[in-house]
Design a protein around this ligand. Structure first.
Ligand SMILES: Cc1cc2nc3c(=O)[nH]c(=O)nc-3n(C[C@H](O)[C@H](O)[C@H](O)COP(=O)(O)O)c2cc1C
Length: 325
């Protein structure tokens, strides 16, 4: 049993959260994480409309009686979404926790705060964490440079970013990026976090609603198996190393390259097709450096049992043994 401010606030048994994941964060994975004692997360924008999101939340309730959250990602997008309508769907459905990514907390927080929804603000820098805290966030999820998805433009890995955030922010912190096992969890707690957030690791679980071929890519890749793209657009993204990622890197080596030159290759719909059919060359696959620590495809229950048991053993065994009187 690991009890922290995050387990208390989120009313969960284990300080482990599943981050929002486009096309992956569906009801079956969210429910599996929550049933295993963590906080599962439905990814709001994976659902084509706010009404579809309402239906997905209802479906999740048939699979778990435990708390789960909804991720709302408000970032530059080829197709902008009716974000406020998604917010209303979350609130009307009685969801108590959101993981939000936004550069405009003052604009998007009030609806959630008025409804008493717990706000986990995910960001990649201390200054954005402080802005979120000032605007009333309840928890900061701080995503280090190792992470899958958008690591920001500062390139600060978790070993520095987590304690740097803990030094400045008073509300609880969830450490994100590069965490996949008990060692990462214990390290995050030692660095000042009250819990961890994982993305890539949860893709390589039995319940993740993606093709086995893709899970196998995550197992086979090592810690060097990622590519950074979009740096010149100030929207850096870390994806798994695949033939499509390599082509995008190659095209973007040209300093005059425009987003239009890669727009077709990186279309979300291509990524979705790859995840569903197992065609690794269909589109981008999002994945982090933690692939180097992923060696199996367990159930969420097996993963969270293992992580908490090994974390407890690490704290009370190996670490305690270093502290001589
Ligand atoms: C397949 C995949 C899709 C993701 N999609 C989103 C997303 O839509 N919104 C978001 O906030 N984060 C997204 N992320 C980032 C995760 O929520 C999480 O912050 C990140 O994976 C943590 O790093 P890790 O992969 O090293 O655990 C995605 C990650 C993965 C692996």
């Amino acid at each position: 049993m690991l009890k922290t401010r995050v387990t208390e606030m989120l009313r969960i048994d284990r300080p482990i959260v599943c981050g929002g994941m486009q096309w992956v964060g569906r009801a079956e994975l969210a429910a599996a994480v929550s049933n295993a004692g963590g906080l599962g997360m439905i990814t709001g924008l994976t659902q084509p409309s706010p009404d579809d999101l309402r239906a997905e939340i209802a479906r999740c309730r048939t699979l778990t009686g435990r708390p789960f959250g909804v991720n709302l990602t408000i970032l530059p997008s080829i197709v902008p979404k009716p974000y406020e309508e998604y917010q209303k769907a979350i609130i009307d459905s009685g969801v108590r926790v959101v993981e939000i990514v936004t550069h405009e907390p003052a604009r998007y927080y009030p609806l959630f705060k008025d409804a008493g929804v717990t706000i986990i603000h995910k960001c990649t820098s201390v200054r954005h964490a402080l802005t979120a805290e000032r605007n009333g966030a309840d928890i900061i999820s701080i995503d280090g440079f190792e992470c899958a998805g958008h690591p920001g433009e500062d390139d600060i890995p978790g070993l520095v970013l987590i304690p740097a955030t803990a030094e400045k922010v008073r509300i609880p912190i969830i450490a994100s990026g590069g965490i996949g096992d008990a060692r990462g969890l214990v390290a995050a707690l030692a660095l000042g976090a009250d819990g961890v957030n994982m993305g890539t690791r949860f893709c390589a679980t039995r319940e993740a609603p993606i093709h086995d071929n893709i899970k196998q890519v995550l197992v086979n890749n090592d810690e060097r198996g990622t590519r950074l793209i979009y740096r010149q657009f100030r929207n850096t993204a870390r994806v798994a190393a695949t033939s499509v990622a390599d082509r995008v890197v190659e095209i973007l080596k040209n300093p005059d390259a425009l987003f239009e030159d890669i727009a077709d290759l990186v279309k979300g719909i291509r990524g979705k097709e790859g995840l569903e059919t197992g065609n690794v060359d269909a589109g981008l696959i999002w994945g982090g450096q933690v692939q180097g620590l992923i060696h199996d495809i367990p159930t969420c229950q097996e993963l969270l049992d293992r992580m908490t048991q090994e974390a407890t053993a690490l704290i009370t065994g190996r670490l305690a043994s270093f502290a001589t009187p």
